[in-house]
Design a protein around this ligand. Sequence first.
Ligand code: ADE
Ligand code: ZN
Length: 338
Amino acid sequence: MTDIDQFIAGLPKAELHLHIEGTLEPELMFALARRNDVTMPYGSIDEIRQAYDFGNLQDFLDIYYAGTNVLRTPQDFHDLAAAYFDRAAQDNIVHAEIMFDPQAHTSRGVPFAHVIEGLLSAMRDAEERHGITSDLILSFLRHLSEEEAFDTLRAATPWLPQIKAVGLDSSEVGHPPEKFARVFAAAAEAGLKLCAHAGEEGPPAYVWEALDLLKVDRIDHGNRALEEDALVERLVDEQMVLTVCPLSNLKLCVIDDIASHPLDRMLEMGLRATVNSDDPAYFGGYLNDNYRAVTAARSLSREQVALLARNSITGSFLPQQAKDAHLATIDAYLEQAH
Ligand SMILES: Nc1ncnc2[nH]cnc12
Ligand SMILES: [Zn+2]
């Protein structure tokens, strides 16, 4: 390991953009298929990995939703999240805000309760076993209707105290944020924080809509915001957090190669960027892999890497006291890493 890789490995950090269904490794997919007597469309783990070659977001989503078919019981969702948290502990993740896609499961007849109870039990275990705190972000699938998003928010009612935020994901182009303005307003009314994927494949106009119509607290991705100076200025002025996902951008062809990733440009422009893994089982790397890849490709300094980790803490939905405690841990780490 190089010096900077070692520095990244030991740095305390939060993960703010992570789809729990995107952490389903092929090995666990096979194990759950066997446990639930589900026929797999793949013959081997190698065959699955070979299928992970995406030309765009939709190519990936088709395979990602097919993968969720093995997830049926609360234990399955528990095992999925427990595997993520075990992996997160190795990367020195101290806090994770994890998205889940209830409609990917309720549409297959899996009760909302099975999904969320399994996830919540793994989250409690993660705090006990690893000291990792976590929060849930209920994400609406934007290719589905506004009415279906409202149905999902209603289904979540008994668990609202255990849900921190709502999100908006799935096929971006053709499904502008505007479509979900009313359901986001209802979520805000219920006391939830708001995030939305915007500017991953969709145009800068979708980022404006996420800000003006959804009134989001965070933008997931935001890459295409760089195409408009006035939008960048707005994001900088508001110190809006962007949850950037370098290896995801590479695998989904949002960028041509990792050497052209705009992360350092974002930081230099004063944007509040963070690094995240998105769907690590599909994109070839967990959080530290993302930090390492972009650091090597863009020759990031220790100061830039530390800023990214600080942004992950300050950009989280943790209470201020917890943020201060994590920032103090980062300061102590920087002191001894000198
Ligand atoms: N990167 C991504 N963009 C949109 N929807 C997603 N669902 C899971 N990962 C996603
Ligand atoms: Zn995402």
